[in-house]
Design a protein around this ligand. Structure first.
Ligand code: GSH
Length: 207
């Protein structure tokens, strides 16, 4: 059994969606980051950076923090969503998510959605970064059904960030291949279930 420490954010949803796709049972432990619960002493022992998501694998008696590490751990443990044949293609797009999609779109939310009007420079910078990310994804998805050719941890990691396109002021109609991929994944039963495992119910955009 896996304990999942999470909150309804793109990084948290990556793990709940992967656990649903893996069809394994897990316990959800809500860590309300709006109430600073991530800074509790108890949670620091599981996530030393005081961020969600984190897991505790009861069977292996192992804590893991950082969403990327958790996804690689689960893909390796259950031998799913990181196919041998497309290993490096998946890793490339998985790393693109870890290093660009997550961090830069996270900042885009900060400046364009939560704090508009505070810094013209930052708004311009992240608006352009967001467009560049969507252009990169669109080109890859024009050539391939999924980011790493087969549905994989690269798609599962990226999709919850794209689901926040409204906060990024992105018009998905301008990225038709991303839109096709987004809708395809949004229809998956595991994605629908994994999207809402904690907090108040949120409708998946465009569904
Ligand atoms: N690189 C980390 C980022 C995790 C992260 O930024 N988590 C956010 C929610 S999406 C969080 O816990 N924020 C609370 C805080 O920073 O105090 C990962 O991929 O797991």
């Amino acid at each position: 059994m896996i304990n999942l420490y999470t909150w309804p954010t793109p990084n948290g949803r990556k793990i709940s969606i992967l656990l649903e796709e893996l069809e394994i049972s897990y316990n959800v432990i809500p860590i309300n980051i709006n109430k600073n619960e991530q800074f509790s002493k108890e949670f620091s022992l599981i996530s030393p950076s005081n961020k969600i998501p984190a897991i505790f694998d009861q069977e292996a008696k192992k804590n893991i923090f950082e969403s990327g590490a958790i996804m690689l751990y689960l893909a390796d443990k259950f031998k799913k969503f990181l196919p041998i044949k497309y290993h490096w293609q998946v890793i490339e797009w998985f790393m693109f998510q870890q290093t660009q999609v997550g961090p830069l779109l996270g900042q885009t939310h900060q400046f364009l959605f939560y704090n508009p009007g505070k810094s013209k420079f930052a708004e311009e910078k992240y608006k352009n970064y967001a467009k560049r990310i969507y252009q990169t994804l669109d080109l890859q998805l024009k050539k391939n059904e999924y980011l790493g050719f087969k549905y994989s941890i690269a798609d599962i990691a990226t999709w919850p960030w794209v689901a926040r396109f409204e906060r990024q002021r992105i018009d998905l109609e301008k990225y038709p291949n991303v839109l096709r991929w987004y809708k395809l994944i949004a229809d998956r039963p595991a994605v629908i279930k994994g999207y809402n495992v904690v907090g108040t119910f949120e409708k998946i955009p465009l569904t």
